[in-house]
Ligand binder design. Structure first.
Ligand code: PHB
Length: 360
């Protein structure tokens, strides 16, 4: 049974991430969950770094076995998964409140909640999958001291913008500008996502639409080029603070944490949704083996298997964060610049980038 706080309408329309890695698509396809994705998603194998008004393309797909990203908004993945699960007779309770976890240490944990129509409910569980995000109740239900938490604030904030504007590019753009990073990301033929680095502690109120577009035009500008930015109606503005958080181990008793409930990663490198899909894949296989044959080895190794990938992604995301932002410390700033110059100039550095960006 799935307990969901939002309404179906809400979760199927809430814009979040938009980039899925090759292997996550293959995993969904193996489970018969990628039909629409494979029909509709754009595939991307190159990105662009803009520095000093010049564009440098990195064709990461050709450097990594032809693997590509798929541009498919997260809410479309949610629609496909909810649709397939309900069509197969799966039980999802939308609009629940007051969810509480009991007895995670015992062989018989349980959940209580209030249903959308206001009734108190209780369910005894064999296992609980805590996929309720960073602020959810499941991680907080683990007794103090039973898990270790690793946290890092990167000291960087982005203004994240979603606009009803057709993309002005065919590939993701990372622009480094003396006034801060700017990104142009892809969502659909009619909607685009942009990011602007803003001072820490900034409020969205300081960013009226005209200022957003002026800043994007300035930071994304190319010299000696007629490239221009297509504007549109801004439909979302949020501040994202770059932080990382990892919980070890990712399970306690019969509670298994997945996705943002277990780990937060910066948006740089577009790993968040992909890590969550990987956790789900590993846990699904472990639970299936447990129920089919009593084989618990997958449950025992769940946390180690997931954490290996989580830390790989954290290290790569940190590598990229350092490269595309200028540090207030001049020495570190020059190191970041050297890293990007090496990526642009060296095939082996580009190969490292490709392997981590579209893979592993
Ligand atoms: C995004 O599509 O939002 C995105 C893509 C690449 C990144 C970060 C974010 O590195």
């Amino acid at each position: 049974m799935v307990l969901e706080r939002g309404t179906r309408e809400h979760i199927e329309n809430r814009p979040r991430a938009g980039v899925i890695e090759h292997r996550a698509v293959q995993m969904l396809a193996r489970h018969g969950l990628a039909d629409r994705l494979l029909r509709e998603a754009d595939r991307h194998g190159a990105c662009e770094f803009r520095v000093d008004g010049r564009a440098h393309e990195v064709d990461y797909s050709s450097l990594y076995d032809g693997q590509t990203h798929y541009v498919y908004p997260q809410q479309e993945v949610v629609k496909d998964l909810v649709g397939a699960y309900t069509a197969a007779g799966g039980d999802i309770r939308f609009g629940v409140t007051d969810v509480a976890v009991h007895g995670v240490d015992t062989p018989c944990p349980s959940l209580t909640w209030t249903s959308a129509d206001g009734r108190a409910q209780r369910l005894e569980c064999s296992f609980i999958a805590g996929a309720d995000g960073f602020h959810g109740v499941t991680r907080r239900s683990i007794p103090a001291g039973a898990v270790q938490e690793f946290s890092h604030q990167h000291g960087i904030e982005w203004l994240s913008i979603l606009a009803e504007a057709p993309p002005s590019t065919h590939k993701v753009i990372y622009a480094l500008h003396p006034d801060g990073f700017a990104g142009h990301m892809l969502r659909s033929p009619t909607v685009s996502r942009y990011y602007l680095q803003v001072p820490v502690g900034e409020s969205v109120d300081a960013w009226p639409d005209e200022r957003v577009w002026a800043e994007l035009r300035k930071r994304l500008a190319l010299r000696d080029s007629d490239w221009s930015l297509t504007e549109g109606r801004i439909v979302e503005k949020r501040i994202l603070d770059m932080r990382s958080h990892v919980v070890e181990p990712m399970n306690h008793g019969r509670l298994y944490l997945l996705g943002d409930a277990a780990h937060i990663i910066t948006p740089v490198g577009a790993k968040g949704m992909n890590l969550a899909l990987h956790d789900a894949e590993v846990l699904a296989a472990a639970l299936t083996a447990h129920h089919r044959s009593g084989d618990d080895s997958g449950l025992r190794s769940y946390s180690d298997v997931c954490l290996r990938r989580v830390w790989r992604a954290q290290e790569f995301s940190q590598w990229m964060v350092f490269m595309i932002h200028r540090s207030p410390e001049p020495f570190l700033s020059r190191l970041g610049q050297a890293r990007l110059e090496h990526l642009i100039a060296s095939r082996s550095s580009a190969g490292y980038f490709a392997q981590n960006y579209v893979g592993p």
